[in-house]
Design a protein around this ligand. Structure first.
Ligand SMILES: [Fe+2]
Ligand SMILES: [Fe+2]
Length: 355
């Protein structure tokens, strides 16, 4: 174990004095909520090993930047979540390098499993570094749940592929007919039911998953096979919130009592499915695509976010590396998350063509 990784494990839970962040922190409707707090969310770094000590530079730079900026937040976040896809192809080199970078975080850090971390060795090395793949914890009156939502059918995982590398590559591809839809699996569903059974219906619940716990677009696995079952387990709660990575773009949605919000990647942005291959998309109508001059620009839609927990809801402040910051906050009047500065079509950066 490297010194940095030892440090990562040791400093989990420790806080340090933070300097002033060189960007304005938008505080929304805090009113008299004494339990309001913030946490930072970094996701989808996709650290990719080339050879020796070489890694794809842009992608490890993206993670290094997010860690540095999170360390400068003022007020300090109570904790940081890393939302999965730390590695690109799940190798020890990639996971080690990612863990080294994350070890610079000065806050307690919770980690979520992504499919790029998992499908080489089925999460073994990731677990040695970061611990359990699903768990829950309570913080200032909020119940948080972390799920491994990137599992799939046993036959696909265990019987189909001659090598672990091929299995990893097949799951890493988009529009790949050899892929398989993401699942949480029956064991985790049972655990989730039991875990939620111990929580009062008035307690705000926040679920961190890598895949959306809703069905958006199957070709890119913006999808969780048991979405309806998970949603029905969350149904009794007055305030249920899901924050997910994987999609590398801003999405938000409300399904009955559950607010859904995605987080940005530090590696690269995906275009919206509807703009790509004329794919059928179930993106909710209230989603407002961010201003993006070019959906393939590798920096105009990468970044990280801090989250205000406000009256049991999650307000996401997206810090985009090379684009205007955005805030998607829960609107208590309309009962759904909304972009606080709606950008009408006419106000958006016109798309560019490169072909
Ligand atoms: Fe990803
Ligand atoms: Fe992913």
């Amino acid at each position: 174990m490297t010194t940095n990784r030892r440090k990562f494990l040791r400093t989990a839970g420790a806080g340090l004095a933070a300097a002033t962040l060189p960007m304005s922190m938008v505080r929304l409707s805090f009113a008299d909520q004494t339990d309001d707090f913030t946490f930072a969310y970094i996701s989808d770094a996709h650290i990719q090993h080339i050879k020796g000590n070489e890694f794809v530079r842009n992608w490890d730079r993206g993670l290094i930047r997010a860690v540095a900026e999170a360390n400068l937040l003022e007020p300090k976040p109570d904790f940081v979540v890393f939302g999965g896809d730390l590695a690109q192809l799940g190798t020890k080199e990639e996971l080690d390098h990612g863990a080294d970078i994350l070890s610079a975080l000065k806050y307690r850090t919770y980690t979520v499993m992504g499919e790029h971390d998992y499908y080489l060795d089925l999460g073994e090395y990731w677990s040695a570094l970061f611990g359990p793949q699903s768990y829950s914890f309570d913080h200032k009156g909020v119940h948080f749940i972390v799920l491994n939502s990137i599992l799939t059918y046993d036959e696909w995982t265990f019987d189909r592929w001659p090598t672990a590398e091929q299995r990893m590559n097949e799951m890493a591809g988009l529009d790949n007919p050899n892929g398989s839809p993401f699942m949480v699996g029956s064991k985790q569903l049972k655990w989730l039911k039991k875990d939620l059974g111990k929580v009062g219906n008035d307690t705000p619940v926040v679920v961190f998953s890598h895949s959306p716990l809703q069905k958006i677009y199957k070709g890119w696995n913006f999808w969780t096979e048991e979405a309806e079952q998970i949603q029905s387990l969350l149904k009794p709660f007055k305030s249920a919130n899901v924050i997910y990575g994987h999609v590398h773009q801003i999405q938000y949605n409300q399904i009955e009592n559950i607010a859904f919000t995605s987080v940005m990647a530090t590696a690269w942005p995906w275009p919206y499915p509807a703009t790509y291959a004329q794919a059928e998309s179930y993106l909710p109508v209230l989603t407002v695509p961010m201003n993006r001059a070019d959906p393939f620009n590798e920096r105009d839609a990468t970044g990280w976010q801090f989250v205000n927990m406000n009256t049991g809801r999650t307000d996401l402040n997206f810090n985009l590396y090379d684009n205007t910051n955005r805030t998607v906050a829960f609107n208590h009047e309309t009962g759904r998350p909304e972009d606080v500065s709606y950008q009408p079509e006419s106000a958006r950066i016109p798309p560019q063509r490169h072909y």
